[in-house]
Design a protein around this ligand. Structure first.
Ligand SMILES: Cc1ncc(COP(=O)(O)O)c(C=O)c1O
Length: 207
């Protein structure tokens, strides 16, 4: 007997058939690219869901992280403190701007950035341009401790929330703690648009 194949991340369409409706609408209105009411609505609803004032849809989580790195003003030679247990996209954008990653060990209870290791690194690199914290596998990092340390050194936090859409830390969504955050909707993520779509959110001002 042939065994039933279990597909990884197979597409799921709404029971209501919204997808076909929107495809038809795009053709009927001749509005396929670049942006329009649907992307605007998506940004608005995603920002409201997470609890930030602004969000911007980009082509990928990687580009969201890259934009955050640029907005933090990372220039060649600048140090950025990064989680060391993560997907390479967390840290690649630092190289795109010529920055230097200093890797911070992760801890065993969350598998995310260890605040004790971060403290040692901040003492050594007090002028780091940013700290990139990944919330791996949907588990939030210890944000209270990390925020306290970064505030003391006045270093902005970039949250890599690519794997943690919907996860909360002390009642607040991941992606709301840092100056910037990146989510990912690539096919293997918690929620997906089936296309490589990412988003950047900013806590204090509209994106
Ligand atoms: C932790 C982490 N950061 C960043 C990314 C990059 O997201 P994207 O594939 O949308 O560029 C991913 C996943 O791909 C990820 O798992």
């Amino acid at each position: 007997m042939r065994e039933k194949r279990i597909y990884l991340s197979s597409p799921h369409m709404s029971d209501e058939g919204y997808e076909m409706q929107y495809i038809k609408e795009a053709f009927d209105t001749n509005w396929i690219a670049p942006l329009g009411a649907n992307v605007d609505g998506f940004e608005r609803e995603m920002a409201a869901y997470i609890g930030v004032t602004g969000a911007a849809a980009l082509v990928s989580g990687t580009s969201a992280l890259h934009l955050a790195i640029k907005l933090c003003g990372v220039k060649p030679g600048d140090v950025v403190l990064c989680s060391d247990l993560t997907f390479s996209a967390t840290v690649n954008p630092v190289s795109y701007e010529g920055g230097v990653q200093v890797f911070i060990d992760c801890e065993t209870d969350t598998w995310n950035m260890d605040p004790r290791a971060l403290e040692i690194a901040l003492k050594k690199y007090p002028h780091a341009k940013a700290v990139i914290v990944a919330h791996l596998y949907g588990t939030p990092a210890k944000m209270d401790e990390i925020i306290q340390l970064c505030s003391a050194y006045n270093v902005p936090i970039i949250e890599d929330a690519a794997e943690s859409l919907g996860a909360t830390y002390k009642g607040k969504q991941t992606g709301t703690f840092g100056k910037y955050a990146a989510l990912s909707l690539v096919v293997l993520k918690n929620d997906t648009s089936r296309k490589y779509t990412g988003i950047r959110s900013e806590r204090s001002k509209a994106a």
